[in-house]
Design a protein around this ligand. Sequence first.
Ligand code: ADP
Ligand code: MG
Length: 607
Amino acid sequence: MASRRNRRNDDDAKPAKLSKSTLRKFFRLFRYLRPYRVPFSLGMLLLLGTSLLSMVFPGLMGKLVDATKGELPTDAEALLDLGNIDSVALLLVGVFALQALLGFGRIYLFSYVTEHMLARLRQDTYEHLLKLPMTFFATRRVGELNSRISADVALLQDTFTTTLAELVRQLIIITVGLVLLTTLSPQLTLTMLASIPVVAIVAVVFGRFIQKLSKQVQDRIADTNVVVDETLQGIQSVKAFANEAWEALRYNKAVTAARGLAMKGARWRGAFVSFIILCMFGAIVLVIWRGMHLKEEGVLSTGELFTFIMYTVFIGASIGSIPEYVTQMLKAIGATERLMDIHDEAAETISLAPKGDALQLQGRITFRNVSFHYASRPDMPVLRDVSFTAEPGQRIALVGPSGAGKSTIASLVLRFYDPVEGSLLIDDREASSYPLTALRDRMAIVPQEVILFGGSIRENIAYGDPKASQEMIEAAARKANAHAFISTFPEGYDTVVGERGVQLSGGQRQRIAIARAVLKDPAILILDEATSALDSESERLVQDALDELMKGRTSIVIAHRLSTVRDADKILVLDKGTIVESGTHEELIADSAGLYHSLSRLQLSEG
Ligand SMILES: Nc1ncnc2c1ncn2[C@@H]1O[C@H](COP(=O)(O)OP(=O)(O)O)[C@@H](O)[C@H]1O
Ligand SMILES: [Mg+2]
């Protein structure tokens, strides 16, 4: 199980395949970098400084080896006498002190830039996400979107604070190191180049291969655990069927497979260690051997040879570390691409600006020959030629078998989706001609399953109007039949609900949702099976609250139990996306051949 989870994480952070469009998306990140270009450039300069200073160290160490004891330096000129042990040592300490200072500044600056830039990016991504249409959310998993904002941005965080800097530093070390080596001794540099980088690169590739193998071994071992798990959990069946021998054989197969793979891994690991010992140290011996010859010939001093070897180690380490950083960069580019793909999704025209004056709506809703299908299933018509009008203040009920398209009608009114054919009018104007945020601000929905947000009851009710005072919240709760039960909690309106708080019953949550809607004071109200999941006791409380809420608003009531829609001004019976009957309860029940009649007979016999 654990290994399976790891595998998924690895997939998540897949390195990008470099293409033009991928790179273009990556460079869009630099828009976020632009406001911080000054500290960023400064950080780059400091990075250049520390990297160059780190290259001074092997040179000075070589000088230290060659230096002789002399008078303690007194004046500045003597201090820079690189033949004097004390001067060189002092200089070395000075170099480290400077490097320490620059290193601190570099990390601080890069972190400053990255944190500011990524906070902005996170916020932008989240705001864009909030504005995306329902069709977008229908095809994504919440966890996936969440990891865009958390994991992918965190990957960028590492990249911009560490990886990018390290990559630049290694490149500086390699280039400057090679130049310095060449000036020290071109012959020895050639020998070194022909051996060390080759070995370093082979070692990295080899190492990765071994890593992959050992992961496979882990997976196989996990497979054997599955066998044990299954068998022991079903031990009763195993024994009853006298299948112990068969189970033993099954386990044996799995264990043997794991063992074989593990031994294969062992052989390669052994080979790897031999390779490192032989080739890596062989290459180093080769360079030292050649260097000693050059020293004997008088081309190099002992100190210079020492310097040469230190540079070589630096360069070897740098070359060895580069593939890791490159992979990391590619992962970051992949993460950016996924983020930018979200940014590129077309958003609804939602305004995050403070809400202005409320839209003046009477609340007339008109469906005119509306046909609809979901974008994800174009071959399946959900609504066909639906026409009706809800006059301001009327109560319109939608009934019909499940899957008939009732909730879809509610979604169209809320403009989660737009009709494919026909039109939806609000107050005799195309619904799409209103500003979306202002329009939805005049609507409220009480769904079947109310989800409360983590926080206090007060905050959850105030979701309907964040500016509401305590008096308004309490008044709304009273109207929603919620005040009484809220008062029974020791902390009253400050009781924390949601995942980490008090668990409320379905009917209680429903009444909080109703209080929310009361506070919002919408012109158009949608109740989508608001009482369907409740027992009859809380249904009565909720129904009373709903009756109060519906007063003076256009309401669309979707109900499963026909008893709750009897006094609607008009009942629409929906079947397979078409309105098959419409009228008042009395009119519909009179038609004994009609769907409404048979539905209500069915429910009477159930109840
Ligand atoms: N987001 C969606 N994507 C695709 N099809 C959907 C979606 N929501 C509902 N449907 C389908 O549309 C039809 C009507 O669904 P719905 O309006 O929820 O019915 P009702 O509320 O009357 O039970 C059903 O066949 C359902 O499977
Ligand atoms: Mg429904």
